[in-house]
Structure formats: C-alpha cells, structure tokens
Design a protein around this ligand. Structure first.
Ligand SMILES: [Zn+2]
Length: 167
C-alpha cells in the first residue's frame, strides 16, 4: 500500500502550530496541530469531540463559510484537519483564527443533542475552550518566519498546480 502524505512527515519533528499539509486538486489541507506528537500530552476525547462541533459550526457560519470543505479531528488527538477550497494559506489561517475566537464566545456545544450526535454524552465545553484558548495563544506566539515558511510551502504547491493545469 502507498503511504499517505500525512504519514510521510516525521512526526517527531512536527511542532504544534498551523501547517500547510497538502493541495489535492483544488482542496488545501491544513494541519492544525495543537499538541506535540508523542509527547504524552493529548487532547481528551471529550474536549476533542466538543472542539470539533464548535469549530466546525464557527467555520461554517463564518465569513469564509463557502470555502470550508471539511473540519475534523485527528484520531491521535493531537490536532485537527481543516480542508478549504479557494483560499490562500493566509486566508485560511485568518478564517481559522476568527472561528477560534467565535468558539470562545460559545456557551454551549452546538449539535450536542442525542438526535444530532453519535456520542452526545461525551462532551466538554470547558475543556474544549481551554484547548482553543491555548491554541490561540500558540498561534500568537508563532514567529513570523514560521508563518512565512508555511505560506511559502502553500504558495509553491499552488504554483505547481497552476503550471500543471496549463499543460
Ligand atoms: Zn458529535
């Protein structure tokens, strides 16, 4: 079996932050990495689940909602994947930041009724907000060089896709 791109990244080198992952057809995948992989600190299942509900709702109601393809958690509980279409890396990052801010205003987990969710008892609003606040702080502390690097990787992928579309 072929390895999928996200498995080819050396997870021991992967730092928490927001990473450009792939551009497939016109869909960009961003790696929203909240925790350092394999470092013993993981998002709890309940907080992960609630963050999924909250951020998916905020993204799909935000100003870039037309460009949100998917948002969902990583099974390893160290982060989430955001899939967008028609946004640059910086635009997607700005949409995510806005949505994270909207989550901090939430007083309940959206879609957490029994009929709306497959595990409605496993939620943790306070735990999710704690993770979201920590991730926002982490984004604020990322050096400009890191943003530039991720942006450049995304732009290179977009440029390659444009070249491929022409031939
Ligand atoms: Zn659910």
């Amino acid at each position: 079996m072929d390895k999928i791109p996200s498995f080819e990244k050396d997870h021991d080198l992967l730092q928490p932050g927001l990473h450009f992952s792939t551009l497939q057809k016109s869909v960009m995948t961003l790696d929203m990495r909240c925790k350092k992989p394999n470092a013993g600190d993981f998002i709890s299942p309940a907080a992960l689940h609630s963050t999924e509900h909250m951020l998916a709702t905020a993204l799909r109601n935000g100003p870039q909602k037309e460009h949100i393809i998917y948002f969902g958690p990583m099974g390893c509980r160290t982060g989430f994947y955001l899939l967008t279409e028609g946004l640059t890396f910086r635009e997607a990052a700005a949409a995510l930041r806005g949505a994270l801010g909207a989550c901090m205003q939430m007083t309940e987990v959206p879609g957490a009724l029994r009929r709306e969710c497959g595990n409605y008892l496993e939620h943790d609003l306070a735990g999710a907000k704690k993770e979201i606040a920590a991730y926002l702080a982490l984004l604020d502390e990322l050096p400009a060089a890191t943003w530039k690097e991720e942006d450049a990787r995304a732009e290179a992928a977009f440029a390659a896709a444009r070249r491929e579309a022409k031939v």
